[in-house]
Design a protein around this ligand. Structure first.
Ligand SMILES: Cc1cc2nc3c(=O)[nH]c(=O)nc-3n(C[C@H](O)[C@H](O)[C@H](O)COP(=O)(O)O)c2cc1C
Length: 173
């Protein structure tokens, strides 16, 4: 599947079959995250791969009970190692760049999962402190997204997107 096809085919998937994610595929998905751009190539990305059902259940609770977080065979917690970016770029690094860097990595995960035939969803609604406690991150490592990944058990319609004409501004806003 080429990149543009993966971009257009990707949907947020919120129902998963119990089949495992092949190790080779999981590695390819995590590799895709690793190759994302980052400000000054500071690479603040840290990935916590959760497969243990008990840990996934705690993540689900921390994500306000969104059931598919616990149901997916794998949940990847995408984290920003703030120190790596802040040491070079100060406050802008801490508040903006390391979040943008991890967002770019998250999108790579979604697209790689799509191109390998897996469903996934970007989950941002969670109690950050609870997630940090569950996965044991130190204070300078901030959980930014949870991405459940697995074989899809649903085929959602494409979600409406604003037309390009409404989004694109020529020369000035
Ligand atoms: C930053 C961010 C946070 C999100 N958090 C959640 C979430 O907590 N739960 C959820 O079900 N979907 C979440 N989503 C997925 C969006 O709801 C979804 O992308 C949107 O409805 C468009 O659908 P699509 O992804 O199928 O195009 C999140 C997406 C983003 C980018």
């Amino acid at each position: 599947m080429d990149t543009l096809e993966a971009i257009k085919r990707r949907r947020s998937i919120r129902a998963f079959r119990p089949d495992p994610v092949e190790e080779r595929d999981l590695r390819a998905i995590l590799e895709a995250a690793r190759w994302a751009p980052s400000a000054g190539n500071c690479q603040p990305l840290e990935l916590v791969v959760v497969k243990d059902p008990k840990v996934k259940e705690k993540l689900m609770d921390a994500a306000f009970g969104q059931p598919f977080v616990g149901e997916a065979p794998v949940a990847v917690v995408v984290c920003a190692n703030i120190e790596r970016t802040a040491s070079r770029y100060g406050r802008r690094g801490e508040e903006l760049y390391c979040i943008q860097d991890t967002a770019a990595a998250t999108q790579n995960i979604l697209l790689a999962a799509t191109s390998l035939g897996y469903g996934s969803c970007w989950v941002g609604a969670f109690d950050e402190r609870r997630v940090a406690r569950v996965i044991g991150t130190p204070p300078h490592v901030r959980p930014v997204a949870i991405v459940p990944i697995g074989k899809s058990a649903e085929k959602p319609e494409r979600t409406p997107k604003r037309p390009l004409e409404e989004i694109v501004h020529e020369d000035r806003y």
